[in-house]
Ligand binder design. Sequence first.
Ligand code: SF4
Ligand code: FES
Length: 393
Amino acid sequence: MSEKSLSEKAPAEKAPAEKAPAEKSPALALPSGMLAELTYRCPLACPYCSNPLQMGGRDSEMSTDDWRAIFSQAAELGVLHVHLSGGEPASRRDLRELVAHCAELDLYTNLITSGVGVTRSIFDGLVAAGLDHVQLSIQDSQPEGADWIGGYEGGYAKKLEVAAWVVAEGMPLTVNAVIHRANVHHAADMVDFAVRLGARRIEIAHTQYYGWALHNRAHLMPTRAQSEEAYRQVEERRERYKGRIVIDHVAPDYHAKYPKACMSGWGRLTLNVTPQGVVLPCHAAQTIPGLEFWNAREKKLADIWAHSPGFNAFRGFEWMLEPCRSCERKAEDFGGCRCQALALVGDAAACDPICSKSPHHGLIDEIAARDSAEEIKGFAPRRIAAAREKNPA
Ligand code: SF4
Ligand code: FES
């Protein structure tokens, strides 16, 4: 990927004048990855879904030609990997055509799917179109728990079927598992399960609390002891399965000392395109009020990447407040997650309160202790219809 600078435009100055001067931000690189949220439609109803609470349905989605144009521009811009996601991307009837277009452009295609809705003929069509990789979500290692969490009876069995097709085809399979209070005791079993499925890689991630997960946090938050035990058991599997499966392990945020570099830094390496064509630095960016994001149906992707006000708002270091501004870790974690800072502290430019240096860090311990003590009474299921009821506008 070329590292040619597109823009060195500094974002608006937000830090108070008396604070230490920020270092100059690095030159803007080109994006290497794009998450294409083809649709918000999905047969499952996972309570930790990262999709927004307000979701547009089929009638608001972009057309096949819109997506083809965006993929062509992405390839020109230097994007190498396209993650075809949703919702459930197999809900789109033109999925095969979109994969074929990406393959013609030499884009590496990763299908992020629940497996539900992927029939044998759809899968064969995707293979013929040149699909490179499948990332299959699992909700639990046990069928009853998996179908309950996903809100879809028979989902677990369907996943087994799809995983077997992928492996038999010789295509690389990644299994993706989100850990929360209802399945935390099976975290290590899920690694065993992925090995049995023939996956080459598992992403095992403790829930990140935005979107539907934030909404359902009181039913999802494990206790510190549960999180630590699950983390230890998964790490133990690394040695056991060395050379058989790669384990990507995302630690629980609320029990960490420092935050993660959310999205590897805002607008630094990747972009997200919503089903309606809005181009975002992360899936939750539209929760931040006052930011202006541009639409790929109206502007070129290269222009959006370099000049969209929303992308430039939190790039580099100039926007940072203390303690991030003078912190030696700022080039590692970029101050954590902007959306989480907004949700928990009310200021998207604040230090992510997950960080032990944040003056608001005490709040995290309070929330974790309070929410993990709640009884699991039932999740608010992620559904487009439910979202519309909650947000009639
Ligand atoms: Fe990261 Fe900011 Fe915490 Fe430093 S103070 S570790 S930059 S979040
Ligand atoms: Fe938006 Fe982390 S989810 S910056």
